[in-house]
Design a protein around this ligand. Structure first.
Ligand code: SF4
Length: 465
């Protein structure tokens, strides 16, 4: 799984909901998400279920009839964040049901349950049961009951939990539509807790993937983001990810397809051949983790550095100048300065357009937790700073390479009066001179990049077909 999104989306999510005026009759809920795109997608589905039952979303600091925290356990920092949020809400709203779900709820359920009496911990493996929560809450409120008195009674224990029950009809927090195609992982990377939280790898049936994608496209979605824990491991019958992508391109016509991340060992010529298709977004996120073969072996990764270089070269041959991003963990036990220099050299040589750099975080229940020698925290932070500084330079040079070039931008919102959005190759762009009837979130416009930056500027050229 990509380490991306573990931390970066922590705050953004809960902040998206501004102060909401509600009448005394309206039922309200608040939902906070910590972690990756997959967690965000599952939150979209939960929110969609609440909205379908007439609830109104409110920010976490506003009174609500129920609070849900969708947790992450990939780093100790994510665990700490979840606990402080749980304590805060339980203290502020002692009489209101506080549902704690997600990966931390799977691995730390007892500890989290003990934090307050109005908490109901729903482990990740049972998260889909929460899709029934809005109806149960509605019935309880309409019956004049105090749901906070016995929040556990709200949970539907009859229906079988299903990791693919999450199929939002509407998206409250995203313009681009996420589609969960896989969950869990059969790998055992030494630093990773995800298999402990999300179990073995499971894949959504091919027919179901195609049906859901067609439904999203028919509802006007112009981008479908395939997500999972390890989508490279998607498999149904004799078909793997390359076959799935071919079928998806055959059964849809306009939507562009974006992949959340691809394991280095999955960058085979068969996969890269289909990634060369124009409706596949030229944006590839690769959880590389290290540029040192010695460290990769100790991490239990399934490739060496030359395989990464080959994969990146293949992607460039197939797509010209795609946006290639990478995850790197620095300060893994036993990582020497020489190992780190190998990582730095790889990043420089392969010119990643963006990096997500993580100082090693020891996780309970993982092989790396007992590995020696431990790299001092100070060194881990120094190496993370150094690699992040290099990443900044490489991101800036990637954006500069696109000045003067034409792109298609999926509009997502406005900065002041100017619409902003994202290109197929993952550039964040603000577009100038967009006519009013074209500046609508969800529309795709053609534009020419006129200025490079964290957010590039572009000049409107027309509406894309
Ligand atoms: S075990 Fe490895 S491949 Fe699986 S989710 Fe963790 S890091 Fe990714």
């Amino acid at each position: 799984m990509s380490t991306r999104g573990w931390e970066s989306t922590l705050s953004a999510f809960s902040a998206d909901v501004s102060e909401t005026a509600v009448t005394s009759m309206e039922k309200t809920f608040s939902i906070i998400t910590i972690g990756c795109k997959l967690n965000q997608f599952e939150t979209e589905a939960l929110a969609s279920s609440f909205l379908a039952h007439g609830f109104v979303i409110v920010p976490a600091d506003q009174e609500a009839d129920a609070y849900v925290i969708n947790t992450c356990t990939v780093t100790s920092r994510a665990d700490h964040k979840a606990r402080s949020m749980i304590r805060g809400i339980a203290r502020e709203h002692p009489g209101t049901p506080l549902i704690v779900t997600g990966c931390s709820a799977q691995t730390e359920s007892e500890a989290l349950s003990a934090l307050a009496c109005n908490i109901v911990v729903v482990p990740q493996s049972e998260k889909s049961r929460l899709l029934e929560l809005p109806l149960a809450l509605l019935r309880s409120l309409d019956a004049g009951k105090e749901p906070g008195a016995n929040p556990r009674a709200l949970l539907d224990t009859e229906s079988a939990a299903d990791p693919f029950a999450f199929a939002p009809t509407d998206y409250s927090f995203h313009t681009r539509a996420f589609l969960k195609i896989q969950d869990g992982c059969d790998c055992r990377c030494a630093y990773c807790r995800v298999p402990l939280a999300r179990g073995r790898s499971v894949s959504l049936e091919l027919r179901e993937v195609l049906g859901r994608a067609a439904a999203l496209e028919s509802r006007g979605r112009r981008e479908i983001v395939l997500t999972g824990v390890n989508i490279s491991a998607w498999r149904a019958g004799g078909t793997g990810l390359p076959g799935l992508l071919r079928e998806l391109l055959r059964s849809t016509s306009r939507a562009r397809i974006r992949l959340t991340s691809l394991e280095p060992e999955s960058l085979t010529s068969e996969l890269v051949e289909v990634l060369a298709e124009p409706r596949i977004c030229p944006h590839f996120h690769i959880p590389v983790q290290s540029g040192s073969d010695g460290v990769l072996v100790r991490m239990g990764r399934r490739y060496l550095s030359d395989r990464v270089s080959d994969g990146v070269q293949r992607l460039r041959e197939a797509r010209g100048d795609p946006f290639i991003a990478g995850d790197f963990i620095v300060g893994f036990p036993g990582e020497t300065q020489e190992d780190f220099q190998r990582t730095r050299g790889m990043v420089q040589r392969l010119e990643f357009a963006a990096l997500h750099v993580f100082p090693f975080s020891s996780r309970p229940g993982t092989a790396a937790a007992s590995m020696k020698p431990v790299v001092p925290e100070r060194i881990r932070r120094e190496r993370a700073r150094e690699l992040s500084a290099l990443a900044e330079e490489l991101s800036a040079s990637y954006a500069r390479r696109w000045v003067g070039r034409e792109v298609e931008v999926l509009l997502e919102g406005k900065t002041g009066a100017r619409p902003h959005g994202v290109t197929g190759n993952y550039l964040k762009v603000t577009v100038n001179r967009v006519p009013r009837d074209a500046s609508i979130p969800g529309k795709v416009v053609r534009a020419k990049i006129s200025g490079a930056g964290r957010t590039c500027s572009a000049r409107f050229l027309g509406i894309a077909d």
